[in-house]
Write a protein that binds this ligand. Sequence first.
Ligand code: SIN
Ligand code: NI
Length: 259
Amino acid sequence: MTRSADATQQAFERTLSDDVIEQYRRDGVTRIPGVISREDAARFRDAALAAQARIADHYAGSSIFNQYVNVWTQDETLRELTLNPLIAGVARQLAGVPLRLWHDHVLIKPPHNGAATEFHQDAPYWPHDNCRHALSAWIALVDVPVERGCMTFIPGTHVHRGLRAQDLSDSKDLFRVAPDLQWERRVTIPLRAGDCTFHNSYLAHTATANMTDDPRVAHVNIYIDADTVYNGSAHPVTDGLGLQIGKPLDHELFPTVPR
Ligand code: SIN
Ligand code: NI
């Protein structure tokens, strides 16, 4: 283990106290500073920006962000970040259940993109049943102040299950399906490069437009309960894989997180 990896390991041991786990489970989000070093964040940022020329944009045509899904299968450098065992270990401690990778995505908001990522929950988009816990590690590869596409969360909203999928481009859509949430407290979490938030897949969240001259680059690892079963709904990550409805996602695209 290198000195900086060793320091990172120690930081996790310090950070993930019972208090942090309890705070995450209550609020549905927690900020973990320095999950990777600033130097590694810059290395992964460069890899993500370079990958834009090679990897298809899943959200082409939208100004909200450019979305590159499952970069770990297409880029050796970014694979290291998606399969980072320390980040997966933090996710497992927060979730409290064995996990597997669902997918990663690199989300780039170009300079002055002019569009927020509007309030939504993540889980309603996914073809899953019997998932006890799912969460995203949203890793900042550049400094993300409020003005550069920073995330805001509505703490505690992960108790809202069964809502239909919400439209990322419609600022009112979440509040159409859950009007009371409009009056709840919001928490905005700016991040330095190398910092991370972990958020529950049912937590309502949004991100501002990028109003700066530099791209906002985030790498997101999404983990699900390892025993989650496939429910057959259409989804670009699972369509065509031949998964069996009602069975776990046992496929090389969804590796389990080592214990
Ligand atoms: C964003 O980074 O703009 C949104 C990320 C998310 O919805 O999880
Ligand atoms: Ni989301």
